[in-house]
Design a protein around this ligand. Structure first.
Ligand code: F6P
Length: 550
C-alpha cells in the first residue's frame, strides 16, 4: 500500500502548522536575523559541493519542527525506502519508479518483480560508452565516411528538456568539433531552422521517445529522415539515425535498425530519464566520463536523501518549505533563478519535473484533494530576469519564493564579470528578505536632497515590504558531479512534496485530453471530415483557419 489512508489536511501535524503559520505571519525575517546570530548556521546544509542556505525563509525553530513533524506524519522516510526498493509506487500505472537505479553507482542489486535490473542498466551504460566514444573519435562515421559532428536530439518533454538542460549545463566540456541541436516542437519551423544549418554527411540524429508513439517526435523524425534520404539515399539511415526508447517494436517499425537502439525501461519516467540513454547526446558531446560523473553526483544526492536526518536532508527541507508556503500561506508560485548561463534551461526542465509530477487533484486515496498541490514554476537566468519579472517579485502583491543557484567559480572568469554576478545574486536574496521600510525610504530620499513634498509623495513607491523568502544554493562550480547532485536534489524534493500531498507524482494523465482532441480536429482542419461535436467557438475557429489557409 502506498499513500496515506487519512487525509493529511485533517492530521494533527497539519493543524499545528496552521497555528504556526498564523504566528509566523506576524514575524519579520529581518527581526529574526537581528535577534539570533546563529540563524544562518541553523538553517543551512552543506553537502560536498552544494551548500543550501534556507535561513531566509519565514520559519523559526518551532515552525520548522512542526514542518518536520508533517514529514513524519506523511511517512516520508518509509516512502523514500519504498521508492528505492522498487515498490510499485506509481500506483495508477502499476510501475516501480527507479530512476535512482540508473545512477546506482554502488551497483547493489535492485529488484523489479524479482529480477535484478542492474545488469541491464550496466549493459546499456556500456553501450552508451562504446558508441559515444566511437562517435567522438570518428570511428563511427556517417555514410560517406565523414566524422559525425552535428548531433541532433529529436524528442519532446522529458525526451528533450532533460538532455537539453544537461548538455547545455556541460557545454564547457563539449569536444571542440561537436555541436548539439534539439528539435522538439511539432512546428515545422523548429525542424527547418535546425536542418538549414546542417550538412547531412556530418549529422547524427538521436530519436528519443520513451513510448515511440509521440506525434511530435515521430513527425519530426520522419521529416529529418526524408531530408537525409534525399541527400544520401536509404542506406544512410543506419549510419545517421539511432533511437532511445522502451519500445523495440515501434523503433523497428519506424525503420531504425534495433542494433542502433538504446533501451530504457518503464520504471523510468520520461521527466526522470536524463540519467538513461536519453542522456546520450550529453555523453557524446561532453564525453562518457563526464556523463558518468553526473550519475555519480546524483548517486551522492541519493545516498544523502536516504540517510540524512530530515532536518538536514536537503530535498526534504526544500519540499517542506514548498508545502509551507503553498498550503499555509496561500502562495501559488515558485521561481527558479540560476545565476549561471550554462543553467539557462534548468527552469524549463523543472517546470516539467514539478508541474507534470505534482500538478494533480486526485489523491492516492482516490478522492479529490482539498488543498493546493504543485505551484506554478517559472524562472530564467540571472541577472537577465532581474530586468524582467523581478519588479513583481520585489514589489508585487504576490509573494514568490525563489531558489537562487550560483557557482562560486565560473567556467569563464573574465575580468570582474563573475564577482558582479555573485554580488547581484546575494543582493537579491538580501533585498527580498530585508526590504526597505517607509522610514528607510524617506530617509534615503531626504539624504538625496528631495523636498519634504517629494519625500512624502515618493516614499511608498520607493519602499519594499521585504520578508520575501528565498533559498540560496551555492555550488563550487557547474561541473558534471555538481549538476548531478543539483538535478537529483530537485527530483527528490518533488517526490517528497507528492508524498505529503498524497498524490502519485509519476503519471501524467492530464496531458491526454488535449492530445485526443487534437487527433479529432486534425482531419476536420484538413477538410477530410466534417465537424464532430464542438462548441461554437472551436467550430468557428476551425472554419476561420480553413478559410485563411485556402
Ligand atoms: O507530455 C507527456 C509526455 O508523456 C511526457 O511525460 C514525456 O516526457 C513526453 O510526453 C514525451 O514522451 P515520449 O518520450 O514517450 O515521446
Amino acid at each position: 500500500m502506498f499513500g496515506l489512508a487519512k487525509e493529511i489536511n485533517k492530521s494533527k501535524a497539519w493543524k499545528r502548522l496552521e497555528h504556526q503559520a498564523k504566528r509566523m505571519r506576524k514575524i519579520e525575517m529581518r527581526d529574526m536575523f537581528d535577534k539570533d546570530p546563529e540563524r544562518a548556521k541553523k538553517f543551512a546544509v552543506g553537502l560536498e559541493n552544494i551548500f543550501v542556505d534556507f535561513s531566509k525563509n519565514r520559519i523559526d525553530e518551532r515552525s520548522f519542527a512542526a514542518l518536520l513533524n508533517l514529514a513524519k506524519e506523511a511517512k516520508v522516510a518509509k516512502r523514500i525506502e519504498q521508492m528505492f526498493a522498487g515498490d510499485k509506487i506509481n500506483t495508477t500505472e502499476h510501475r516501480a519508479v527507479l530512476h535512482t537505479a540508473l545512477r546506482n553507482r554502488g551497483n547493489a542489486p535492485v529488484y523489479v518483480d524479482g529480477r535484478d535490473v542492474m545488469p541491464e542498466i550496466n549493459r546499456v551504460l556500456a553501450k552508451i560508452k562504446t558508441f559515444s566514444e566511437a562517435v567522438r573519435l570518428g570511428k563511427f562515421t556517417g555514410q560517406t565516411g565523414k566524422k559525425l559532428t552535428n548531433i541532433v536530439n529529436i524528442g519532446i518533454g522529458g525526451s528533450d528538456l532533460g538532455p537539453k538542460m544537461a548538455a547545455e549545463a556541460l557545454k564547457k566540456y563539449w569536444a571542440k568539433d561537436i555541436r548539439c541541436y534539439f528539435i522538439s516542437n511539432i512546428d515545422g519551423t523548429a525542424c527547418a531552422e535546425v536542418l538549414n544549418k546542417l550538412d547531412p554527411e556530418t549529422t547524427l540524429f538521436i530519436v528519443c521517445s520513451k513510448t515511440f508513439m509521440t506525434i511530435e517526435t515521430l513527425t519530426n523524425a520522419k521529416t529529418c529522415r526524408r531530408w537525409l534520404v534525399d541527400a544520401l539515399g536509404e542506406p544512410a539511415v543506419a549510419k545517421h539515425f539511432v533511437a532511445v526508447s522502451t519500445n523495440v517494436e515501434k523503433v523497428a517499425e519506424f525503420g531504425i535498425n534495433t542494433d542502433n537502439m538504446f533501451e530504457f525501461w518503464d520504471f523510468v519516467g520520461g521527466r526522470y530519464s536524463v540519467w538513461s540513454a536519453i542522456g546520450l547526446i550529453t555523453a557524446i558531446a561532453a564525453g562518457y566520463e563526464n556523463f558518468e560523473k553526473m550519475l555519480e553526483g546524483a548517486y551522492e544526492m541519493d545516498r544523502h536523501f536516504r540517510t540524512a536526518e530530515p532536518a538536514k536532508n536537503i530535498p526534504v527541507v526544500l519540499a517542506l518549505l514548498s508545502v509551507w508556503y503553498g498550503n499555509f500561506f496561500g502562495i501559488r508560485n515558485h521561481a527558479v533563478v540560476p545565476y549561471d548561463q550554462y543553467l539557462c534551461y534548468l527552469p524549463a526542465y523543472l517546470q516539467q519535473l514539478v508541474m507534470e509530477s505534482n500538478g494533480k487533484s486526485v489523491g492516492q486515496d482516490n478522492k479529490f484533494v482539498k488543498y493546493q498541490t504543485a505551484p506554478v514554476v517559472f524562472g530564467g537566468a540571472g541577472t537577465d530576469v532581474q530586468h524582467s519579472f523581478f519588479q513583481m517579485i520585489h514589489q508585487g502583491t504576490s509573494v514568490v519564493p525563489c531558489d537562487f543557484i550560483v557557482p562560486a567559480i565560473s567556467h569563464n572568469e573574465i575580468g570582474e564579470h563573475h564577482e558582479i554576478l555573485l554580488a547581484n545574486v546575494l543582493a537579491q536574496s538580501e533585498a527580498l528578505m530585508r526590504g526597505k521600510t517607509l522610514q528607510e525610504a524617506a530617509a534615503e530620499l531626504k539624504a538625496a536632497g528631495k523636498s519634504k513634498e517629494e519625500v512624502a509623495r515618493l516614499k511608498k513607491y520607493k519602499s519594499f515590504k521585504g520578508n520575501r523568502p528565498s533559498n540560496m544554493m551555492i555550488l563550487k562550480k557547474i561541473d558534471p558531479h555538481a549538476l548531478g547532485m543539483l538535478v537529483a536534489m530537485y527530483e527528490h524534493k518533488t517526490f517528497v512534496e507528492g508524498v505529503i500531498w498524497n498524490i502519485n507524482s509519476f503519471d501524467q494523465m492530464g496531458v491526454e485530453l488535449g492530445k485526443q482532441m487534437a487527433l479529432q480536429i486534425l482531419p476536420e482542419l484538413q477538410g477530410n471530415r466534417e465537424g464532430t461535436k464542438h462548441d461554437a467557438s472551436t467550430k468557428a475557429l476551425i472554419s476561420l483557419i480553413r478559410g485563411l489557409r485556402k
